[in-house]
Design a protein around this ligand. Structure first.
Ligand code: DLL
Length: 424
């Protein structure tokens, strides 16, 4: 679709959804009235900037069903996300919403090269988390075979993967890493499995992690992005070019804003991603601030798809830690660690404040073949990692090398950092 035709379509859809939200959700009506904007003011997609933002706190304050814009009898499924603090946020879907969501996921899977003859093992958690059921519906939509294993029970999963001949695996990248490790421990050669495609998302992962997973599992690893508030997985996905994540912008309209001024940034610049759901009726989200930091690229992709591409998620603004005044993202540590063949890709950052100074500890594991009782070798290895992190991040960490297997393996979203500091 040409850019002009897409903007035309987005404008038409925006007008409909804004009117629906205003007329059926007391939350949006009050919010729009307070902001002095009325559905009649929305004439094209350019008018979106006249609308107020919605934030996670709005969902928490209106827990559980306060943002629904249809009678509860039209809601046929609920999902929720617990987040790190406080009450969960709850989302509700009409039948149409579920259809649109599975359409989005199906587009991702098609772009990954999956089809009817694939057997897709879903190792995202099933339940209130959107990963399991969201991916499940997408697999069924493209007519592939779904293997709904959910997460956990790793050895049994791998046994099934071998017995059934799963050709694709959908899980978090950190769980995929743990699976690869378990496959090795079980004495299985990953190259003898039928796996060819990995469908990884729900947490940030770096280019280095992609290389590692592709190598260890003998697959092509694709990124799939999404969030509960906007539907779940499949808001966007990569294509065969693996040069950005296509956002299905006829369903989810993306903007990038400066998180401080809240103004749109120049095209191509980094900032906070904001979404408006153009075709979600149970619980529309208008200009929802995701907290995810990334950029958008409107150049047409070599694959021929015209939908905008999003860069890798650098992290959530919530994940960013300010340590001794310096911004630190766990993904920076992941990239650096993976440059070293001696280290496992597992780590845990711990930050605290002692005598008014921030401490910055990182636990890392050395691969069993490099783990030695020769202290001087480990000390040298530790020094190399310390100075590499210091040169990239700008502050010196205290590296602790721990025994292989010590750092907790994750079957869902990995916990990569703990901040013990108390902020009043
Ligand atoms: O994680 C939905 C999902 C499930 C996406 C399975 C992909 C695969 P939430 O639990 O609400 O929903 O978390 C959403 O996770 O705002 C990002 O910060 C992060 N996230 C999701 N996908 C990616 C990705 C699901 N591909 C939050 N890369 C989002 C980086 C991601 N971060």
């Amino acid at each position: 679709m040409s850019r002009d035709a897409m903007r035309e379509l987005q404008g038409e859809k925006l007008k409909r959804i804004v009117r629906h939200a205003y007329e059926n959700s007391p939350f949006y009506r009050t919010r729009f009235d307070e902001h002095g904007v009325h559905p009649d003011d929305i004439k094209s997609i350019d008018d979106i900037t006249r609308l107020p933002f919605t934030i996670k706190k709005d969902l928490r304050d209106n827990y559980p069903f306060g943002l629904m814009a249809v009678p509860m009898s039209d809601i046929i499924r609920l999902h929720a996300s617990s987040g790190t603090t406080g009450k969960p946020i709850v989302v509700g879907y009409t039948r149409q919403d579920l259809d649109n969501w599975s359409e989005a996921v199906a587009r991702c899977f098609t772009a990954f090269g999956l089809g009817k003859s694939d057997l897709v093992q879903i190792s995202y958690g099933y339940g209130l988390f959107t990963g399991g059921l969201g991916a499940h519906d997408g697999v069924q939509k493209i007519g592939a075979t779904v293997i709904p294993t959910s997460s956990g029970n790793t050895q049994k999963q791998i046994q099934l993967m071998q017995d059934f001949g799963s050709t694709a695996i959908a899980c978090t990248p950190s769980y995929a890493l743990y699976m690869a490790e378990t496959i090795r421990k079980m004495g299985i050669d990953a190259r003898n499995l039928k796996l060819r495609i990995g469908i990884f998302g729900a947490e940030p992962w770096t280019a280095e992690m992609r290389r590692e997973l592709q190598e260890q599992l003998g697959i092509k690893a694709y990124d799939i992005y999404g969030l509960t508030e906007i539907s779940g997985p499949g808001v966007g996905g990569e294509c065969e070019c693996q040069n950005g994540t296509h956002i299905w912008e006829d369903l989810f309209y993306p903007e990038i804003i400066d998180p401080v001024t809240l103004q749109p940034v120049e095209p191509g610049q980094k900032g906070e991603l904001v979404f408006t759901t153009l075709d979600k009726w149970g619980m529309p989200m208008i200009r929802y601030r995701t907290r995810d930091l990334t950029s958008l690229n409107y150049d047409i992709c070599d694959c021929g798809r015209t939908c905008v591409r999003m860069g890798k998620i650098l992290g959530r603004s919530d994940d960013m830690m300010i340590i001794r005044g310096v911004n630190v993202f766990p993904s920076q540590i992941e990239s650096i660690l993976l440059e070293f063949p001696e280290y496992e890709p597992y780590f845990l950052i711990e930050v605290d404040r002692v005598n008014n100074t921030d401490t910055f500890d990182i636990q890392v594991e050395v691969k069993p073949e490099f783990y030695t009782d020769q202290i001087n070798l480990l000390v040298r290895l530790r020094q190399r990692l310390t100075s590499r992190i210091q040169s990239v991040v700008g502050i010196q960490p205290n590296i602790r090398i721990v025994q292989p297997g010590t750092i907790e393996r994750s079957t869902g979203k990995a916990k990569r950092a703990i901040d013990h500091r108390k902020f009043e």
